[in-house]
Each structure stands twice: as C-alpha cells, then as structure tokens.
Design a protein around this ligand. Sequence first.
Ligand code: FEO
Length: 173
Amino acid sequence: MISDTMAARLNAQINREFYSAYLYLALSTEAEGMNLRGTGAWFLAKHHEEMLHAMKMVRYLLDQSAEVALTGVAAPPPKAQAVLGMFERTLKHERTVTAAINDLVDHALSEKDHATGIFLHWFVTEQIEEEATVNDILGRLRLFGDSGQGLLMLDNELAAAAQTMGQASGATA
Ligand code: FEO
C-alpha cells in the first residue's frame, strides 16, 4: 500500500507519459507528412514506448491497491516545421520528464517508500538512455543541418532504430 499523496503523484506522471505518447504520435505524423518514413517510424516507436511507461505505472498502482485516476491529456503543440525542431522539442520534453521522475524519487524517499523508490529506478535509467539517444541524433542534425542528403541518411538510420525499438517493446512500428 502506498500513500494517497504518492498515488496522486504517480497518477500525474501517468498523465505525463500519455502526453509524451501523444506528442510523439504528433511528431510521427508530421515526419510522415514530410516523406521521412524512417523518422516517422522512430517517433511511432517512441509513442509505443511511452504507452508502455504509462502502463507500467498503471500496473504498479493496481498492484499497490491504489486508485488509478485517469485525467484529460493535453493536445500536442503545433507542428515543429523542421526535423531539427522536432528533435529539439523531444529533448526539451524528455528533460522535463527526467525532472518529474527525479521529483517522484525524492518524494518516495521523503516518505521512506522504498517500494516506489525501487520501482522508479527503472525510469531513472530509462531517462538517461532516452536523453542520450536524442542528444546523439541532435548532434548529427546540427552538423549537417536540414540538408536533403543528411536527412535521408538519418532517416534510414532511424528506420533501423525504430525496428529495434519495436522489437524491444513488443510493439509493431
Ligand atoms: Fe516516458 Fe520518454 O519518458
């Protein structure tokens, strides 16, 4: 059993995870609209990952006999317009998620809620990987800008990465 406050904070995080899924679905459709199918597949794989993150938390609340309180998910922002902007938005968003996860860990520790603290470790590690991946993509995008050839190369790479992500999460991209 976890405290009502801890449950409320986890429910707020569930909403953030669903928002992440929604944001990446929007970016996926934007990339598809630009004929960047690999980029679209990569963002769709991210979408599936975020849905899994939300569901992990839903499962945890259920296992702790806590209430799952689903709330409205905000609409994603207007189109990013350029691939660089899409990944800058992604990194910025993931940094806010990392901060939120860290706050959750702090709160679990303040309550001496070790079960939730341990449960959240997976998310702490996941955030390191997510930020590193996006940073890497951004680094290359900044190197070649939004040039056609560079984008095509990156699009092919992201297509391959999306397949691996899809296999890892069990989702089809
Ligand atoms: Fe669920 Fe991208 O963090």
